[in-house]
Design a protein. Structure first.
Ligand code: SGN
Ligand code: CA
Length: 543
């Protein structure tokens, strides 16, 4: 693309020198104001990279020391690292719907993974398309129906599979050989290189399945972390005192993680009997004979060793934690490789300067905090999500953004960069000026909702507010419990301060702010009740 532009410029220079000087004078005159300046610029390309369930703790740029992600880190080193990125609803499809529409779940209708998403509503890709962008969606999206707003889509049906994955290309199902993360990267590079219209600016959503459950690594990373002893978080053996909703979940590493499905103890003797054994067998069977051979060569000795140990209690809990961490982090290594390939492609093709690259996840994830895996809760590790972003033209390398950013902000931000008018009903805000350092005004609180209950992992329905320092949560439906946290004093959220007299005025103030925020975003007790009824009807649960 760049080569073509230079060629065109060269022709003008040689062919009509006088006309060119005249043209340059005119151009100079028209560049007097910043607004005119923007109009003459080529709109930026956008690469929106997202992985599924990628905890910020597992990105080395965030400094937790668990693993090394040099390519994802490159985005922050050359641009900005967001230290307070959050989602509106910590579960896959609702988070993606919020990113596409720029609206909270109760406004875009996709409140949980179960109720349908309406693709006919507005989304930012549709607006970019109308403004002349070439758009593509590749990989996981988890929103049923044919994606709207994309010139090209090649997406996973539902959750997708790690080996020999199926994709739906512009509506047609196809199985690809190989490992999902590499296939998704190859499809993205192929679209960038061969499929898109090079005359147009582009926006591609490059969305990985990994590191989503059930964490099946790529062969080249089987042995990575074999010699690493991971230290569990301080609250790994949480007793959930004063937090009944946290006590009543099904996402404990010790009590709920399946030895076969999650931890790969698929013994040939079938002595390890677990509820999800058959489900894992189906994933295993997708591998080629060669892949199975390599898989068994690595996992069989671990299975043998595990069986010989007869672990119980605390020892079993810690063994499960190590096993979980190894495979989870291995799948991330392949994600990081893919990011490297895409960044290299931009560089090698002269696209680096005018392309915005964003890396994020559909939500955070528990890596043993409170003893958990999975997400859904409004507690920090799943509410928070990694955000890294670069755009050499406007973002200073090594920037740190400490403001409360939320996934509903992506849509208006992308439209802002593309100089497309932001629709009035979008609830997120553009953080373009915040990141460039041109503005410092920003919101002081964010709103959260979670609706998928009763369901898998048993995380109760709740909503709440987070300010820079405090968090107020209300769990409802089969419970009526409020929680208040002082994140400065208690960053791991172990002490529920609700009704603690020392925090009486904080509590009152947080209630008021929550009310204001619900009003601002158009949410209410009535709407919450309606969404509950929709869910119970869909699931056939008696009211
Ligand atoms: C699947 C997983 C859950 C996970 C949900 C939602 N179970 O149902 O562990 O919480 O997806 O994840 S599995 O047995 O199918 O692996 S989400 O990221 O898509 O929201
Ligand atoms: Ca997810």
């Amino acid at each position: 693309m760049l080569k073509k532009m230079y060629y065109r410029k060269g022709k003008v220079n040689q062919g009509a020198l006088f006309f060119n000087l005249f043209y340059l004078t005119l151009l100079f005159a028209s560049c007097q104001t910043k607004v005119d300046d923007k109009k003459t610029e080529q709109p930026p390309n956008i690469i929106f990279i997202m992985s599924d369930d990628h905890a910020y703790q597992a990105i080395s740029a965030y400094g937790h020391g668990l693993n090394n992600t040099p390519n994802i880190d490159r985005i922050a080193n050359e641009g900005a690292l967001f230290t307070k990125g959050y989602v509106n609803n910590s579960i896959c499809a609702p988070s993606r719907a919020a990113m596409l529409t720029g609206k909270h779940s109760h406004m875009n209708g996709k409140v949980d993974n179960i109720l349908p998403f309406d693709w006919s509503q507005d989304n930012f890709a549709k607006h970019l398309q109308t403004a002349g962008y070439e758009t593509a969606l590749i990989g996981k999206i988890h929103l049923d129906g044919i994606p709207q707003g994309f010139d090209y889509s090649n997406v996973l049906p539902g959750q997708g599979q790690y080996y020999s994955p199926e994709f739906i290309e512009n509506g047609i199902k196809k199985t690809y050989q190989g490992y999902i993360t590499q296939v998704t990267t190859d499809l993205t590079l192929d679209w960038l290189d061969k499929k898109r219209d090079e005359k147009k600016p582009f926006m591609v959503m490059y969305h990985q399945k990994a590191p989503h459950r059930t964490w099946m690594p790529e062969e080249k990373y089987f042995t990575l972390f074999d010699d690493t002893q991971f230290t569990p978080p301080d609250n790994f053996f949480d007793d959930y005192e004063g937090r009944p909703a946290a006590a009543d979940q099904e996402m404990g590493i010790y009590k709920d993680m399946d030895l076969v499905y999650d931890l790969k103890m698929l013994d040939k003797e079938k002595e390890i009997k677990t509820p999800y054994r058959g489900m894992f067998q189906r994933q295993y069977d997708r591998m080629t004979d060669e892949q199975k051979k390599a898989w068994d060569a690595y996992y069989d000795p671990i299975i043998k060793d595990f069986k010989s140990k007869n672990l119980e209690g605390k020892d079993l809990a810690l063994w499960k934690y190590q096993r979980y961490m190894q495979d989870y982090l291995r799948t991330i290594q392949s994600v990081d490789d893919g990011v490297g390939e895409v960044l290299d492609y931009l560089k090698e093709n002269g696209l680096e300067e005018n392309t915005i690259v964003v890396y994020t996840s559909d939500q955070g994830f528990y890596l043993g905090e409170h003893g958990w895996f999975d997400k859904r809760f409004m507690y920090e590790e799943s509410f928070r999500t990694p955000i890294l972003m670069k755009y050499p033209k406007e973002i200073k390398a090594g920037s740190k953004i400490n403001n409360l950013i939320q996934n509903i902000d992506f849509a208006p931000t992308f439209l802002d960069y593309a100089n497309v008018e932001i629709p009035k009903d979008i609830q997120g805000e553009s953080f373009r000026k915040l990141v460039s350092g041109e503005a410092s005004e920003w919101r002081d609180a964010i709103y959260y909702t979670y609706y998928e209950y009763p369901a898998e992992h048993k995380v109760k329905r709740h909503y709440g507010i987070r300010t820079d320092r405090y968090k107020l949560i209300h769990f409802y439906y089969d419970i009526d419990v409020w929680e208040l946290y002082d994140l400065e004093q208690d960053p791991t959220e172990m002490k529920n301060l609700y009704d603690n007299p020392e925090y009486a005025s904080v509590q009152e103030n947080m209630h008021k702010q929550l009310q204001d925020l619900r009003k601002k975003y158009g949410d209410s007790d009535e709407l919450t009740q309606q969404n509950l009824e929709r869910f119970l009807d869909a699931k056939g649960i008696e009211k």
